[in-house]
Write a protein that binds this ligand. Structure first.
Ligand SMILES: Cc1cc2nc3c(=O)[nH]c(=O)nc-3n(C[C@H](O)[C@H](O)[C@H](O)COP(=O)(O)OP(=O)(O)OC[C@H]3O[C@@H](n4cnc5c(N)ncnc54)[C@H](O)[C@@H]3O)c2cc1C
Length: 376
C-alpha cells in the first residue's frame, strides 16, 4: 500500500467526473479510477445527448428533482464554459384523442416536478411550428435541449484537475476491503500488475458495472435490490437530406409503464437527425445494431413524420441502460446513498443511473458532495 487518498471515485463517465469536479476544490486528495484508456467510453458517449426538462419521472423521485436541477445548472454552465448546446425545445406528439388526454397527464406531472414552460398546443399550432410533423396536438417543452456531452466531460476533467484531483486511466478496481476508517482498494493496471491503496471515502460511479462494485465491498445486491438489468437502445440515422425538415426534438406519447420514452427524433449539434432509442433487455454488453429492427423504427417514425422513407434509415449506434427496473416492473428511481446502515460508512453507491443521468450529472454531483460533507 503506497498512498492514501481522502476520496476515490470509481468510473470516469459523466457522473464520476461531475462529482470529481465538485469535490476537488475542497482541499482534499481526490482520485478517479477508470478501467478504460480514456474518459466517457461507455454509456456517457452512447446516448441521445438530450438535456431533459423533467417531465416523465414520479413526483418526489431523485430522477425528477435532479433532472430539473441539472437542466438549470447545464444551461448556466454551458454558455459560461463554451460547451456546445442548443435549447431546441421538444414536442411530445399525440396521434389521436386518447393520447391527447395523456398529454394533459404528462403536463401535470411535469409541472409538479418543476419542468419549465410546459404548454399543450393545438393541431394548427403544431402545423405552424413543425409543418412536417403529423399529430392532433402536442405538449411543448421549451427547456429541453441538446448538449455536446464530450465537451461537458472535458470541462469536468479540467475542473477536477484544476482542483488537484487526478484522473487515472487503465485502472480497474478489482477488490475492496473495509478497514477501520475507510477502504482498501485493489487496482489492476494490466501489464504492470496490481496495487492497493487506502481511501477514506469511496464513491461507486461504475455505470454498467456498479452492481459488481457493490458486490466487491460485500453488499448482497439481490437483497439490496441493486442487481442491474441491461436494456439496449439502438439508433438509426436519417439520411436523404431529411434533417432540415424538423426544428425540434419530436417524441411520441410514451407507453404506460414503458422502459423508454418511445422511439423519437433527435437532432445533434450539427443538425443531423436520428431515430431512437428502442428498448430491448439483453444479457450482455454488445453494441451492434440489429439491422432487422429497421422496419420497426420506420413504422414508429412514419406515424409522426410522413416524409421518412425506408431507404433513409441506416443503423448508427447503440447504448445500454443500467436499469434497476426489470422487464414488466414499475419504474425505479436512481439509488444514491451512503451505505452506513449496511456497516459501510463513507461508501457511496450510485446505482441505476440511466436517463436522465447526463442531464442530472451536475445536480448529482452537488447531492453527493453534501453526503461527503456530512461524512468528513
Ligand atoms: C440509449 C441511451 C440514451 C440516453 N439518453 C440520455 C439523454 O438523452 N439524456 C440524459 O440525460 N441521459 C441519457 N442517457 C443516460 C446517460 O447516458 C447516463 O445516465 C450517463 O451517461 C451515466 O453516466 P455514468 O458516469 O454513471 O456511467 P458511464 O458513462 O457508464 O461511466 C461509468 C464508468 O465506470 C467505469 N468502470 C466500470 N467498472 C469499473 C472498474 N471496476 N474500475 C474502474 N472503472 C470502472 C467504466 O469504464 C465507465 O467509464 C441515456 C442512456 C442510454 C443508454
Amino acid at each position: 500500500m503506497n498512498f492514501k487518498s481522502d476520496i476515490t471515485i470509481i468510473g470516469a463517465g459523466v457522473v464520476g467526473l461531475a462529482i470529481a469536479a465538485q469535490l476537488a476544490h475542497r482541499g482534499r486528495t481526490v482520485y478517479v479510477l477508470e478501467k478504460n484508456e480514456r474518459f466517457g467510453q461507455e454509456t456517457s458517449s452512447r446516448h441521445s445527448g438530450v438535456i431533459h426538462s423533467g417531465i416523465y419521472y414520479p413526483a418526489g423521485s431523485l430522477k425528477a428533482k435532479l433532472c430539473v436541477e441539472g437542466n438549470r445548472l447545464l444551461y448556466e454552465l454551458c454558455p459560461k464554459h463554451g460547451i456546445g448546446h442548443k435549447k431546441l425545445g421538444k414536442l411530445i406528439v399525440a396521434a389521436n384523442d386518447e393520447e391527447t388526454g395523456q398529454l394533459q397527464e404528462l403536463k401535470a406531472k411535469g409541472q409538479r416536478n418543476g419542468a419549465e414552460g410546459l404548454r399543450i398546443i393545438s393541431r394548427s399550432e403544431l402545423k405552424e411550428m413543425e409543418p412536417n410533423v403529423e399529430g392532433v396536438a402536442a405538449l411543448l417543452s421549451p427547456s429541453t435541449g441538446i448538449i455536446d456531452s464530450h465537451a461537458l466531460m472535458e470541462h469536468f476533467v479540467a475542473r477536477a484537475k484544476d482542483g488537484g484531483a487526478e484522473v487515472a486511466y487503465n485502472k480497474e478496481v478489482v477488490g475492496i476491503e473495509k478497514l477501520g476508517n475507510g477502504y482498501k482498494v485493489t487496482v489492476d493496471e494490466g501489464d504492470t500488475g496490481k496495487f492497493s491503496f487506502e481511501t477514506r471515502i469511496l464513491i461507486n460511479c461504475a455505470g454498467l458495472y456498479c452492481d459488481k462494485i457493490a458486490e466487491l465491498v460485500g453488499i448482497n445486491i439481490a437483497r439490496a435490490g441493486y442487481r442491474l438489468h441491461y436494456c439496449k437502445g439502438e439508433y438509426f440515422s436519417v439520411g436523404g437530406g431529411k434533417s432540415k425538415l424538423v426544428k425540434r426534438l419530436i417524441y411520441p406519447v410514451p407507453e404506460l409503464k414503458g422502459t423508454g420514452l418511445g422511439v423519437h427524433v433527435t437532432l445533434d449539434l450539427e443538425g443531423r437527425m436520428r431515430l431512437g432509442p428502442n428498448t430491448e433487455y439483453v444479457d450482455g454488453i454488445d453494441y451492434t445494431v440489429d439491422s432487422r429492427h429497421k422496419q420497426t423504427f420506420y413504422n414508429s417514425a412514419k406515424k409522426m413524420l410522413h416524409f421518412i422513407e425506408y431507404e433513409d434509415l441506416e443503423p448508427e449506434m447503440a447504448g445500454i441502460r443500467p436499469k434497476l427496473q426489470g422487464p414488466g416492473e414499475d419504474v425505479k428511481d436512481f439509488v444514491i446513498r451512503d451505505e452506513s446502515d449496511k456497516g459501510l460508512p463513507g461508501f457511496i453507491n450510485l446505482i441505476g443511473i440511466e436517463s436522465p443521468g447526463l442531464t442530472s450529472s451536475p445536480a448529482i454531483a452537488r447531492y453527493v458532495a453534501d453526503m461527503v460533507k456530512a461524512t468528513i
